[in-house]
Design a protein around this ligand. Structure first.
Ligand code: GLY
Length: 349
């Protein structure tokens, strides 16, 4: 566990329907009522995260704190180029992090955006939640806030990320955030995908007693315009939980998650009676329908040309996930059956 562990400084009291056509019947998870215990789910890079979060909740740790400590493993991993240390930088070569935490029992949230020089953005977001009346602190304010709470200053740009950034600069202009003429919405033939990475880690947790917490942390879109903030620190977009219903989070194209509040929508679909996978698919359907209003965001089959992945966990421990497009559709789960990768449903086959 980390020296800056959320747990060491934490202040919380411990506190069905048919599978949709697109799930193919095999993805939706209704929880077996005989299976007890906490459940943690995460994006595919979070196998260690869910194992740790599950272990912590099993020993009575609050679900939000378990999620934050779980994702800290990935934030500290220099080989994950989408989160924390080793994350890909913005177009100026500066790594900036976005993260948020939500706590079901109190319905509190904390977030930081465009945070520099600090590895554990999620733990800083947790400090916002625990020690302030605010939800989101950004930029230099977030950096100062982190120092104030004793988070050490760190150079996040690894040699590998710097080399990737330099390569991108050499080839740039075709793949930066400034739209080329043929990428503009009013261009009749503008439908090119922009190959960029928007990797992230999301983790949702529910205790045996049904208390919920969640966390999303990222270095955001690679080579982004300085100051760009994605969905990860935006409550309702990159994550949301309602202690009466469940939790959801997103990875992938943050702009799409923000424009449709995809995590919030997923939780509301679970509240309406959809199982977690169906709820994620319903939220993706909303994103897809709205994306069709911008030609450059859809392919020849009129499906979104970007990836967005939604992870959903219900209060009773049922879980599921759906991806906008085919590709690596694994996501991580840990429950009484142990830590493993499961397969998400695909929206646009
Ligand atoms: N989903 C991460 C981002 O777009 O920043």
């Amino acid at each position: 566990m980390l020296a800056t562990s959320a747990i060491a400084t934490g202040s919380f009291a411990a506190s069905g329907s048919q599978p949709s056509e697109r799930t193919g019947g095999g993805h939706a998870s209704e929880r077996d009522p005989r299976q007890k215990g906490p459940v943690a789910i995460a994006s595919a890079n979070g196998l260690g995260t869910v194992e740790l979060a599950h272990r912590l909740m099993s020993s009575g740790v609050d679900p939000a704190l378990a999620a934050v400590d779980g994702v800290a493993l990935v934030e500290a991993d220099p080989n994950d180029m989408s989160v924390g240390l080793g994350g890909l930088p913005n177009e100026m070569g500066v790594v900036t992090l976005d993260a948020a935490v939500m706590h079901g029992p109190t319905h509190k949230a904390g977030a930081v955006a465009a945070l520099e020089d600090t590895v554990h953005a999620a733990a800083v977001a947790l400090k916002v939640l625990q020690t302030t009346d605010h939800v989101l602190i950004v930029g230099e304010g977030a950096r100062r806030f982190a120092r104030m709470h004793g988070f050490p200053e760190a150079d996040l740009l690894t040699a590998k990320a710097r080399e990737a950034w330099l390569r991108w600069k050499q080839e740039s202009s075709k793949s930066d955030d400034w739209l080329d003429l043929d990428e503009m919405d009013w261009s009749p033939d503008g439908s090119k995908a922009i190959p960029r990475t928007t990797g992230t880690i999301h983790c949702s947790c529910v205790t045996d007693g049904g208390d919920i917490g969640c966390c999303t942390t990222t270095s955001g879109l690679s080579y982004k315009i300085p100051g760009r903030v994605g969905d990860s620190p935006i409550i309702g977009a990159g994550l949301f939980c309602d202690n009466d219903v469940g939790s959801a989070g997103c990875t992938g194209r943050g702009e799409a998650a923000m424009q449709s509040l995809a995590a919030y929508s997923t939780v509301r679909h679970m509240e309406a009676g959809r199982n977690p996978t169906e709820a994620a698919l319903a939220a993706l359907d909303e994103v897809a329908r709205r994306s069709r209003r911008q030609r450059r965001l859809v392919d020849d089959a009129d499906n979104p040309n970007f990836q967005l992945k939604i992870y959903a966990l219900r209060k009773d421990g049922a879980f599921g996930s759906a991806n906008m497009r085919p590709g690596n559709n694994a996501y991580a789960v840990c429950d009484a059956a142990g830590a493993r990768l499961e397969k998400a449903a695909i929206y646009a086959e």
